[in-house]
Design a binder for this molecule. Structure first.
Ligand code: CP
Ligand code: NVA
Length: 320
């Protein structure tokens, strides 16, 4: 029996399902044409209310490689951008497309889309979460650190704006994976209690743990992978001045990286601001895997779309 599933936030999949998607991602890494679920071609609508380079290219090329047609719609060229209700846009697209992918603002907007859609809906970044990015980030750890099974029990540290979409996604996805997740940022830029509580509840079932701290050293010490992100997310550009000062001690530089494990990886979802949240010595240095991480958006999202379509069709052959 088919089952309509969405990926709106990282905990929309459980531990075993996340592993299944990541294993599929490893298969797509080895063979770009491992599955072709959209052979037809069938259309996938990819909508953007915010700018993008990586998400746009990885979904466009990814859907094409899956045998489908990527219909990319920007806010400026859509009726949604002029105020057409989300419900009406979704009613139309869900009758034509085989999956809907959306980058937008409030999480409530994509939740509304998912309530109406009769095909899988994928969050391509909201103000609250960026689950596709974190799937790619975990695939990158699997790539360099001994496969998907090795993720469980690893320690990951995220530094910087700990109230943003990336921090929230690391908390939830890391908990699902059974990782020890440490998130560090200044007071005023720490995650909402509700997200931390959700992550703690999941971690209690997977053997992971959650630490939220204002101490960057405590977060990074002996970590297997260190992450950061811009201090000024899309939509916050007017706060540029306010959003620099509190973050300096969370800049990922060589001194902080030296506290992590000697073979620790450095990842950044990109775009990066060298000299702000990360120094060039780190992001362009030997521990950085940011280009593999960006490439893995392609493989991880193809795996996710294939898995969601496999679930909807009740086609087990697409799940592995
Ligand atoms: N990391 C990421 O989502 O990049 P883009 O904003 O370029 O899509
Ligand atoms: N936190 C960043 C992520 C960009 C991929 C933003 O939302 O702008």
């Amino acid at each position: 029996m088919g089952q309509l599933r969405h990926m709106l936030r990282d905990d929309d999949v459980n531990h075993d399902e996340q592993k299944q998607i990541l294993e599929l991602g490893m298969k797509f890494r080895e063979n770009r044409f491992y599955h072709r679920p959209f052979e037809g071609p069938q259309g996938v609508a990819v909508l953007f209310d915010k700018p993008s380079t990586r998400t746009r290219s990885s979904f466009s090329i990814g859907v094409a490689e899956l045998g489908g047609y990527p219909l990319v719609i920007d806010k400026s060229g859509s009726q949604l951008g002029r105020g057409e209700p989300i419900r009406d846009t979704t009613e139309v697209l869900t009758r034509m497309a085989y999956a809907l992918v959306w980058r937008t603002f409030e999480q409530s907007r994509i939740e509304e889309m998912a309530r109406v859609a009769t095909v899988p809906v994928v969050n391509a970044l909201t103000d609250e979460f960026h689950p596709c990015q974190v799937l790619a980030d975990f695939l990158t750890i699997a790539q360099f650190k001994g496969g998907v099974d090795a993720l469980e029990g690893m320690t990951i540290a995220y530094l910087g704006d700990a109230a943003n979409n990336m921090a929230n996604s690391y908390l939830l996805a890391g908990a699902v994976a059974g990782m020890h997740v440490r998130v560090a940022g200044p007071n005023g830029f720490l995650p909402d209690d509700a997200i931390v509580q959700d992550a703690e509840a999941i971690a209690a079932t997977t053997g992971g743990s959650i630490l939220v701290t204002t101490d960057p050293q405590e977060a990074v010490r002996d970590a297997d992978c260190v992450f950061t992100d811009t201090w000024v997310s899309m939509g916050e550009e007017s706060q540029y001045d306010v959003r620099s000062k509190p973050f300096w001690q969370y800049q990922v530089n060589e001194e902080l990286m030296a506290l992590a494990k000697p073979d620790a990886l450095f990842q950044h979802c990109l775009p990066a601001y060298r000299g702000k949240e990360v120094t060039s010595a780190v992001i362009d240095g030997p521990q950085s895997v940011v280009w593999d991480e960006a490439e893995n958006r392609l493989h991880a999202q193809k795996a996710l779309l294939t898995w969601l379509i496999g679930k909807q069709r009740g086609d087990e052959s697409l799940l592995s």
